[in-house]
Design a protein around this ligand. Structure first.
Ligand code: TRP
Ligand code: SF4
Length: 367
């Protein structure tokens, strides 16, 4: 493949290392990542945020590496292709940690305390003590992840994320502006002392959020699908598991008996039909549910058909990698070396702008 990395728009996104991915992860993010990759228009960097996983799961880190491997296998199964995209693990590229440290020096506490996910997670994740430096600093680490790759991109770096991440992207832009203001538009810079590639855009051009529209993906209990709710269908679930899980899925509460008519709009199973069933099947469900012409068991069986058919090719691709996990790790290592080059180039500029490069200190300028 010709090297088009300098002409295509650069895309970067990350996913926490939480272990096996479910249908909600696929529909909300991964499917879109694969689409961006396959359009051929973008130079895509996708990474596993294993350090971010530690912000909430610091007490037991035994599964972290295994989880990164599982996530990567799901990525490959879903169609991410190491020949087209750069796939890597955050902790394998140490520059993320160095930039995180530098950005943490200039980020006001107030900015972090008012990030909506901060308070929400504190309240929701009750079993865990989240009064840690690392948890508060989550958005700073995310800013470092992003800004490391923003510098040499031909256009503003594109960051595809869900709505829930919009506030983190906003803080990233604020931190970028603050960094540029503090370290790039100063006297040294004006007099040309700064020789490197710090340009008039500052070190960090502001990244651009690409909001990924995602349909509602309910879990078997009707709440949003989430690993921690125990309501998820995983990309690796066998046909039997998919069918068993869906059989117990909650439906329109008004349909108690088989003869009671229902309303698909009040039923989470319908949300899955919207994703996994054809227009004809959906028409059949809509009519059959409202007239009590079909039963919920049958209806859920149809949705299961759609889910199983989507997962089958992914699971086939995954099985090859499962037999050879070392190959998967090699893919991540190759990705990390490529990412490291881009990240290190950014860091050279960052260190120079902050006077923290290792070159011999200039003597003071004579008046
Ligand atoms: N915080 C993101 C999430 O929970 C994951 C993430 C970490 C990320 N670093 C990132 C996403 C950088 C985009 C860019 O989904
Ligand atoms: Fe839901 Fe289908 Fe039952 Fe209607 S028939 S309530 S859409 S499961």
């Amino acid at each position: 493949m010709p090297d088009t990395s300098t002409t295509r728009k650069r895309v970067l996104s990350g996913m926490r290392a939480t272990g096996k991915l479910h249908l909600g992860n696929y529909v909300g993010a991964l499917e879109n990542w694969v689409r961006m990759q396959n359009s051929g228009e973008y130079d895509c960097y996708y990474f596993i945020a294993d350090w971010h996983a530690l912000t909430t799961d610091y007490a037991d880190t035994r599964e972290v590496k295994r989880n990164s491997l599982e996530v990567t296998m799901d990525w490959l199964a879903a169609g991410l292709d190491p020949a087209k995209s750069t796939l890597f693990v955050q902790s394998h590229v140490k520059q993320h940690a160095e930039l995180y440290l530098m950005l943490s020096m200039i980020t006001p506490l107030g900015w972090l305390e008012r990030v909506p996910t901060y308070k929400e997670q504190m309240e929701n994740l009750t079993g865990k003590d989240l009064h840690t430096h690392g948890f508060l600093g989550y958005p700073v680490l995310q800013s470092a992840d992003i800004l490391l790759y923003a510098k040499d991109a031909v256009t503003p770096l594109l960051v595809p994320v869900g709505e829930d991440q919009a506030a983190h992207l906003e803080i990233t832009r604020e931190i970028a502006r603050r960094f540029n203001y503090l370290f790039c538009y100063n006297e040294d810079f004006a007099t040309g002392l700064m020789t490197g590639s710090v340009s008039y855009d500052g070190v960090f051009p502001e990244p651009q959020t690409i909001l990924t529209p995602s349909p509602r993906v309910p879990g078997t209990d009707g709440r949003k699908m989430s690993k921690s709710y125990g309501n998820a269908i995983f990309l690796t679930d066998s046909e039997v598991e998919v069918r068993t899980k869906l059989k117990t899925m909650v439906t329109d509460p008004a349909r108690i008996r088989r003869t009671d008519p229902g309303d698909p709009e009040k039923c989470p199973v319908w949300d899955l039909h919207k994703i996994y069933s054809s227009a004809e099947r959906r028409a059949e469900v809509n009519e059959g549910c409202r007239t009590a012409g079909i039963g919920c068991i049958q209806c859920k069986g149809w949705v299961a058909d759609g889910v199983v058919a989507t997962l089958a090719p992914m699971q086939e691709r995954r099985s090859e990698y499962m037999n050879n996990p070392r190959l998967v790790w090699d893919i991540l290592e190759n990705g990390a070396s490529k990412a490291r080059k881009a990240a290190e180039h950014t860091m050279e500029c960052v260190r120079e702008a902050m006077h923290l490069d290792a070159s011999f200190p200039e003597p003071p300028k004579s008046e």
